[in-house]
Design a protein. Structure first.
Length: 157
C-alpha cells in the first residue's frame, strides 16, 4: 500500500535524510510545527513503514575493510531457503538481494583485503545449491544518495 505524504512529511524526511540525529526541535524550525508535533509525525511515518530505521552509515574502509565486492549467485531454486540460511551466517555479507535475471541473488560483501576474496569465494562455492557465481570488485563509488527522488520532492500539494 502506498502511503500518501504531505509537504510537511517531505520536509521532515529530507531533514532526517540529511542528519538522522537531527533533534525534533531543529526539524520543527523548518516546518512551523512544535517539536512534539514533529515527533508525532516521525512516529507516524515509522508506524506506516515510510521510515524503516534510522541507522549509522558506516565507512568500512575507515575500519579496515576494502571497497565492497558484489557477487551474483545463480542458485538451485529448490534449495533457495537453505542457501539463504547459510548466507545469513556469513558475517562478511552485509546485504543480500533477490533479483531477476540470469542470476537470482546479489550479495554485497566487505572483506579486509583483496587476498581474502579467493578464500571467501571458495567458501561460497562449497554451499550446496549455488550453481554459479560472478564477482565484481568495486574500484570506486561514483554515487551514493540518501535523498528523496526529485519527483516526490517537487510534488505539488
Amino acid at each position: 500500500m502506498t502511503v500518501l505524504l504531505d509537504k510537511i512529511d517531505i520536509v521532515i524526511l529530507k531533514a532526517l535524510l540529511d542528519d538522522g540525529r537531527a533533534s525534533y526541535s531543529a526539524v520543527a524550525k523548518n516546518t512551523n510545527l512544535t517539536d512534539v508535533a514533529v515527533k508525532k509525525r516521525v512516529e507516524s511515518l515509522k508506524r506506516k513503514g515510510v521510515i524503516a530505521s534510522i541507522t549509522a552509515n558506516l565507512n568500512y574502509s575507515a575500519i579496515g575493510f576494502e571497497k565492497p565486492l558484489f557477487i551474483q549467485l545463480r542458485t538451485d531454486l529448490s534449495k533457495s531457503k537453505d542457501v539463504f540460511k547459510k548466507l545469513e551466517t556469513l558475517e562478511n555479507i552485509i546485504e543480500i538481494h533477490q533479483v531477476l535475471g540470469e542470476y537470482n541473488l546479489l550479495l554485497k560483501v566487505v572483506l579486509p583485503s583483496l587476498s581474502a576474496v579467493e578464500p571467501f569465494l571458495a567458501r561460497l562455492s562449497a554451499v550446496d545449491g549455488i550453481q554459479d557465481m560472478k564477482s565484481l570488485v568495486v574500484v570506486s563509488q561514483l554515487k551514493q544518495s540518501n535523498s528523496l527522488p526529485s519527483s516526490l520532492a517537487q510534488k505539488k500539494f
